[in-house]
Design a protein around this ligand. Sequence first.
Ligand code: PPY
Length: 326
Amino acid sequence: MISIDSTRLGPALGGCRIKAYSRWQDGLADVLRLSAAMTEKAALAGLEHGGGKAVVALTEGSSADWTGARRSELLADIGDLVEDLDGRYWTGPDIGTGPADMAEIHRRTRQVFCRPESDGGSGDSSGPTAIGVQSAIRAAVEHRWPGRELSTLSFAVIGLGHVGSLVGAWLTGEGARLTVSDVDPSLKTLAQQWGAQWVTPEQALTADADVLVPCATGGILSAASTASLGCSVIVGAANNQLDHPATAERLHERGVLWAPDSVVSAGGIIAAVTRELHGATAAEAEQQVRGIGGRLATILEDARARRITPLAAAGGVVDLRLRTGR
Ligand code: PPY
C-alpha cells in the first residue's frame, strides 16, 4: 500500500515499511497515519516535499518467507508501483527495510533514497537521524535549563535500535547519567559497556530522569502514561509519540516540555534529500541536519511566548507552509 498524503510542497517522500500485521487493515491504518506524519516532517524541515509512505503488510509469522528470490520479487513490485506514480512519490528505508533493499528497488525506479554509498546513494539514514536528535536534545535542554551542561543531567533512553544506540553512545560520551531500555534483553550488554542503568521500557517511562528520549515505536505518550512520568523534558526520534493530539495538552499542564517528534526525527530525510537531490557532500548535509536544533528552539520559544503547546506551534508552521505553498 502506498499513501500519498500531500504533494502541496513537492513530490511526496517517506520510507517503505515491511512488517507483519495481524490484519492488513492495521497496515492500511499505519500507512495513512505515517504518510500524514511525513507531510508535517517534510514541511517542518523546510523541504520542498510532501509526505507519503509505503507499507507491505505481511501475514503474521510469514516474515521469514520473504527472503532471497521472493524478497527480490517483492522489492521489484514495490519499485514498479513507485515508478507508476510518475515521480509523485519517492520511497526510502523504514522499519524492515535498509540500503540493500533500496538498491533492489532502484533497478525499477529512480525515485528511491538511501541506496548504499557504494551504489551511488547516501546510505544508512540512522547516522544523520541521530545527529538531528542530538542537536534537538541540546536545544531542548538549553530552552529548559539555559547554560546547563549535559553532564549535569540524567537521561532515560527508550529503544536502543539503529538511532537509539547512537544517541545513547553520544550521551555516554557527553558524561550524562544514563538509564536505558529495550524490548530486546540482549542489548543489556550495551548498557553495561556504557555504565548505564538497565530497566524495562515501562520503568524507563516513569524513571526519575531529567530528560526522556523515546527512540522506539510510537504511541508511548498517553493521558495515562503522562500522569506517571518522572521527567521534565521529552525529546526523541520515535515517530508519532503521542497517542492523540490532546496528550500534548496533558504534558503541557504537567509542565513537561515535549519536543514534537516531527521536528526532532527529520535528520534522515534532510540528509537524503540534500545529498541525493541537491548534490551536497556528507559534511554539508550534516550542517543542514544540525539546523534541527535551531528550528526546534524557534518552535519552543514561539510556544512559550504564545502560551500554546509545542505541538500547536509546530502545527502553525505546517499550516502556513501548506496554505502558502512555500
Ligand atoms: C522517515 O524519515 O520517517 C522516513 O520515512 C525515512 C526516509 C529517510 C530518507 C528518505 C526517505 C525516507
